[in-house]
Design a binder for this molecule. Sequence first.
Ligand code: SF4
Ligand code: SF4
Length: 98
Amino acid sequence: MDNFIKIEDIPLDLVKIKADGMSHIFIRNLRLCSEQCEKRPCTYYCPTGVFYWDDDAMKIQITYSRCVECGACPYGCPHGNIDWRFPAGGYGVLYRYG
Ligand code: SF4
Ligand code: SF4
């Protein structure tokens, strides 16, 4: 649990969580999505619609904050193109702005 930092000078003994530096979802090869994945199943097997095809950018986009950590990503992509990992620290995914 190295990611938990106890803040000693706060009377209520609060604990701050150190966020991972990398996202928990990563597409290994975006070109593969646009050129070799005709049906793009990630856009419909994800229960919360995290992945969608962007016609303007011509690539898969990821709405990270919609992820509910079901863990289906790596199994649903027929090309093994999605890297999904539990964040360090033993707690759920954290989101940050910017
Ligand atoms: S299913 Fe996999 S290869 Fe296909 S579009 Fe989604 S991430 Fe890309
Ligand atoms: S872990 Fe589940 S909810 Fe999160 S992006 Fe993958 S399929 Fe969607």
